[in-house]
Design a protein around this ligand. Structure first.
Ligand code: ZN
Length: 159
């Protein structure tokens, strides 16, 4: 199966990979568009029924979608992924540490990620599902602070 990046509308930089739980995800590593960490999403099966956007079992256990929505201020502005993740750590430290212990993080204290997958990819996948639901909009803008290595990073706005 070839994965088309829904943002680039191209498969030039895409690949399919497995997360640590054995679930498939697609990654577009077009750094000009999505930054060094790329853009990850769950590919839908072409012939399958319309995919439930809130099907990740750990996400259901943690209530991660509603909690992520609380981390994006509804002020009409775009907020960087880093700000969303900081807020998630501040509001939901238990859920954040569960994810960090499982998937690691590139630079935060605690469990580290050494592969392409990390808790940040996990949360970005869940944010993408909220985008597909129509709850959030995304754009890519220059990354700052600890995230500057990305070049650009996703920014999220409540619709
Ligand atoms: Zn792309």
């Amino acid at each position: 199966m070839i994965a088309f990046c829904p943002l680039c509308a191209s498969d030039e930089y895409t690949s399919l990979d497995m997360d640590p739980d054995g679930k498939q995800f697609a990654l577009c590593s077009n750094a000009n568009e999505h930054g060094a960490d790329g853009y990850a999403w769950i590919p839908s099966t072409p012939s399958g029924p319309e995919r439930n956007t809130r099907s990740d079992s750990l996400g259901i256990d943690l209530g991660v979608w509603d909690k992520l929505l609380e981390c994006v201020p509804a002020d009409g502005e775009f907020h960087s992924y880093g700000e969303v993740e900081d807020t998630f750590f501040a509001l939901y430290p238990r859920e954040a540490s569960t994810l960090q212990n499982r998937y690691g993080h590139r630079w935060r204290e605690g469990a580290k990620s050494d592969g392409t997958y990390s808790m940040s990819v996990y949360l970005a996948l869940r944010l993408s599902e909220l985008r597909r639901e129509g709850s959030l909009e995304a754009t890519w803008l220059p990354a700052e602070g600890e995230w500057a290595y990305n070049g650009v990073i996703s920014h999220w706005r409540v619709r």
